[in-house]
Design a protein around this ligand. Structure first.
Ligand code: SF4
Ligand code: SF4
Length: 435
């Protein structure tokens, strides 16, 4: 049995387009929070000179990640700005000097064992590039290595439009396998499963070529179905294991790592260049010439859109794809560590559909990979019933958007689920207090 979801249009228009480098922006705006956890603390001040790879923010606490300059130039100011994900965050604003001099600290890390490997991954600034932004070193710092039975490499890239992982698989294949080597050597992993959808034939061919002489590496082709790349879905569909409710993949002996994250780790071990730029798919109905572009982190989104001949005022701009993407409130917003796509939509694509009352058709339930019942969740939320929401397991919802996509009444099901999850958290913490 396989977990299901729904078929969505692929729109992988840029899959065959090798990334092109964006002209250097005049100014980059680099937020101290581009990860889950505490924001980094700025280590530079106004007037400081920085180079490519200079540390400009140090981790603050265990779950945090360092931030590096993506350009050489001068720090103009430290701002406090609001982010599309909500909340105010310190950002380092740097005027580029056009030289792109590399910082002297950039050199291949010395890695000889598990501890030095995890420390190197931490210094690199890498976070989960599949969208979540969880600091990768935290995930890899497994206390009991004997618990790891296999690593699932998430190469599904199931969201419409996005092809940045596809380009990693085609252009940086050797680094994916260097990353695999490192996990084998320093974490003792013996089994790797690359989970990839069947609409990426060229990638499958290339991965199989590379893995034919590799022990314990399997390229596992799954059907192209949304949300195949959801962690719980991919783990089940490639290993048959069910991640327990509220648990982690490691509870069933699995580490899941995004394919571009893993390739970055392989490349960092060779070059020592921290995470300072991204391959970003720029596409959508308001984009005249869709492309994959290489952009320094902190580049304004408007530069990417201009480079790809987009409408000057698109109706909607998203970080990420149309299913799970986050609306960008201004084209001045910067490219972040987790930005794998910028999608700009015209009026027709970007205007929210008119909602009508629920007709109890059950399509939302039938298409939810986790078999949640969004219709019942919406009712429980309307009643503000934490008890019912707990029974309906709304906390399992991965906000994939499948239910909303198939709903004929165009109900705002993801938004409702997000609010319902917040209500359930409050309900559970009050229940705890009473104990
Ligand atoms: S209920 Fe959650 S997990 Fe299920 S389809 Fe809707 S958004 Fe996805
Ligand atoms: S798909 Fe939409 S209309 Fe159908 S039951 Fe679910 S919420 Fe109601």
């Amino acid at each position: 049995m396989r977990l299901h979801g729904t078929k969505v249009p692929h729109h992988k228009n840029t899959a065959d387009m090798a990334p092109v480098r964006l002209p250097l922006p005049e100014v980059v705006t680099v937020p101290m929070s581009m990860h889950i956890g505490k924001p980094a603390k700025p280590t530079v001040k106004r007037g400081d000179t920085v180079k490519v790879g200079t540390l400009i923010g140090e981790p603050d606490g265990f779950i945090s990640a360092p931030v590096h300059s993506s350009v050489s130039g001068k720090v103009l100011r430290i701002d406090e700005v609001s982010m599309s994900s909500g909340g105010m965050v310190k950002t380092v604003v740097i005027e580029t000097d056009g030289l792109q001099e590399i910082d002297e600290s950039v050199k291949p890390p010395e890695v000889s064992d598990f501890d030095s490997f995890v420390a190197a991954v931490k210094r690199s600034g890498i976070v989960g590039l599949g969208g979540a932004g969880f600091p990768s070193f935290v995930k890899l710092a497994v206390k009991d290595l004997s618990k790891i039975e296999e690593v699932v490499i998430n190469a599904a890239e199931c969201e419409p439009y996005i092809t940045s992982d596809t380009r990693t698989m085609l252009d940086k294949t050797e680094y994916i396998f260097k990353g695999i080597d490192a996990l084998r050597k320093y974490l003792g992993v013996r089994k790797f499963i690359i989970g990839i959808e069947d609409n990426k034939g060229k990638c499958v061919k290339r991965l199989k070529e590379f893995s034919k002489n590799e022990d314990g590496v399997e390229t596992y082709v799954v059907s192209s179905m949304y949300p195949q790349g959801g962690e719980k879905v991919l783990v089940y569909n490639t290993t048959g294991k069910i991640i327990p409710q509220g648990g982690l993949p490691l509870d069933v002996g699995v580490i899941v790592i995004n394919v571009t994250t893993l390739a970055f780790v392989g490349e960092y071990l060779e070059t020592g260049m921290p995470l300072i730029e991204k391959v970003v798919t720029v596409d959508g109905s308001a984009v005249g010439e869709p492309k994959n572009v290489i952009a320094p982190i902190g580049t304004p989104v408007k530069n990417l859109l201009g480079f790809c001949n987009a409408d000057s005022e698109p109706a909607k701009i998203l970080y990420g794809g149309p299913m799970m993407g986050i609306a960008v409130d201004s084209a001045e917003a910067p490219v972040l560590k987790m930005t794998n796509a910028v999608i700009a939509m015209d009026e027709k694509e970007g205007t929210p559909p008119k909602t009508t009352p629920c007709i109890n058709c059950g399509r939302c339930l039938n298409h939810c990979a986790l078999r949640l019942d969004p219709r019942a969740i919406a009712k429980a939320y309307d009643l503000r019933s934490g008890e019912d929401l707990e029974a309906l397991c709304v906390d399992l919802c991965m906000e994939c958007g499948c239910c909303a996509y198939v709903c004929p009444a165009k109900r705002p099901l993801i938004q409702t689920n997000k609010l319902a999850k917040a209500l359930l958290r409050e309900y559970k913490s009050k229940k705890e207090e009473k104990k």
